[in-house]
Design a protein around this ligand. Sequence first.
Ligand code: ADP
Ligand code: ZN
Ligand code: ZN
Length: 744
Amino acid sequence: MERFADVIIDISHSKLDQTFQYRIPAQLCEQIEPGNVVEIPFGRGNRLTKGYVLRVVEHSAYPPEKLKEIVRVETNLAGAESKLTALALWMRDYYGSTTVQALRTVLPFRQKAPQKKKKTVVLKLTQEEAVQKLAWYREKHQTARARLLEALIGQPVLAQELVTGSLKITLPVLRAMQEQGVLSCEEEQSYRTPLMIEQLVEEEKAASAFELTQEQQQIIAAVRSEWEERRGKEYLIHGVTGSGKTAVYMELIAEALFRGQQAILLIPEISLTYQNVLRFYQRFGNRVSILHSRLSASERYDQFERAKAGEIDVMIGPRSALFTPFQRLGIIIIDEEHENSYKSETVPRYDARETARKRAQLEGAALVLGSATPDLETYYRTQNGQSRLFTMNRRAAGGRLPAVLVTDMREELRAGNRSILSRALYERIEDRLQKHQQIMLFLNRRGYAGFISCRSCGHVIRCPHCDVSLSLHNHGRLICHYCGYEEAAPATCPVCGSPYIGGFKAGTQQIETLIKKEFPQARLLRMDADTTRGKDGHAEILRAFGAQEADILIGTQMIVKGHDFPGVTLVGILAADTSLNISDYQASERTFQLLTQAAGRAGRGGQAGEVVIQTYTPQHYAITSAAQQDYLLFYEQEMRYRELSGYPPCGGMMAVHCAAEDQQKLETACGYLAGFLRQAASRCQAVVIGPADEAVARISDVYRKALYIKHPKAKVLTSIKNIAEQYIEINAGFQDIRIHFERR
Ligand code: ADP
Ligand code: ZN
Ligand code: ZN
């Protein structure tokens, strides 16, 4: 019987899935299936073109003699592209997107025109900060700045040509915004500078020769021994900060190379520090390539082509490095696997860990995840046998974990201390300054604005239905971002009656001012979105602090991650609770992770370290278990909460994000969608929550709402998504609404 294939041809610009039908010649009939990469004649000249088979059908709506034939199929079973195409189709179905969107995410595609080196404008703020800044520009009627920032929120790297051209932004405006640290103007440049690297590698070599510890050796031996039998085998290395996970990764990568296979190592962009990059060049020389988000599309493409051609065997980079087209992939390693940056924010909104798991299964590679504070879902997999757990409890280079002291800020208030600093922290700062040791002060700004709490008793106003904190909105009402519940913000604390109830307001700048006043002799550095302007602002501050040019480093999340400062013996954590109150079921987990990682910064050198955690809720298990640096203690308590409330990993959850310019239309559409979903859900005992405003309910005049679907089984969520997608497609009412799905 004759068969036909629907083929997608151009993935370089179209957004919709436009397919062309081809006849499958008899001799290829056995071979062709969805995901295959094929060659077909296309266009007027019947030029041979690459295409992706989307579907195979037995009947054609066209007269068969009008259809052209497929010429060739990528028969090489090890063909990297066919495997990646299969992965893309899985992502399309699992996360929800068009085929083209999924293919574009996964496959390297050549830009239409060859690109020259060009200037770009790069957003330097986080999404959250950018949205706040945008509101501020609007308020001040700075329309040009607002226009540019709005464009950058949609697309954080823009060609300068486009900015000065179609966006009509003048150079003085660009300069002013660069000076404010909102953006930076950068020359696109190649990351590879082999000559310089080689020299540095030599210097670095001397500094880092050591024997592997017993813990390290055991892990390497175990993974090695299962190398042959593993088909998508998964491991988790739960190792405290400084336990030497990187050395383990290196050995495992070396093992893959030894077997003639290839390796991918994902690390968060922020950890792609100079030191780290060097260590890998030192070990693997020019067999390694490093991706980072500043590479232009064509440079990325070049690196992927080198991988396909077998010129490199090791790819290191942030989440998109996962799609390196290696032919014989042996291992995928994901460092700091708990990091949020492994979730994509563009459609398909994939999770690099899940997708890596899928790729490892498809290609028979091993998957190794590593973290000091594993994601709850990852750890859960080790408890039910889906993944094998290794634990590293000791610091490889010696040194003890720091001692942690928790101070109760309610008691400070009772004792008449209204300062941002507790007495204990104050005394310790004084002490370290005297001893000429270094101090880091970390201000937890996650979930900073929004929730309200009582300074006398620590009470936080929560949603009675969802057990997440309510967010304060401009019009003075408290709102739940899951279910839409609303109430008026109280003037006094409903628990203790205290009038000291409200949002937490101190910022890094205020803390800097305060510290300057209290400790005029101290040399300060501040690291936040305002001080890290320009390309090297970040690196420069870290360098200066590392060179002991300052006594105290004050900063936000940015200072917590991955930087080693042997001179630091005191870490102060201000406002440890704020992240407990993000309106999200992962609030406690995020807090535990942040506190543990921040605490891990103390005492990395010879001297013992000390950590002071300031909190209004010293009894909360996220705080107590972080103070004891006890992951398991946290895990067990948090799992109880997840079980009770049916949040992942004790149940699957999918968010449906809806956005539109027209608020009325959005509301109507969400209403219909909620009704449809509830009906579909009732047939399979799924639960639908919402619609409710998103945490940021409006961005650039686009209104945003979300619905949540909960069910223990991922498959059920997929099928609800699929029928919802059809419902959305055939109903005209959804035409102007942007809808996308997100796995939680
Ligand atoms: P992690 O990633 O687990 O936080 P790293 O891999 O960065 O830890 O290692 C922390 C420090 O310990 C590094 O300076 C590294 O050079 C050192 N180190 C790693 N393994 C050993 C070892 N076997 N002996 C001595 N020092 C080691
Ligand atoms: Zn109170
Ligand atoms: Zn609620």
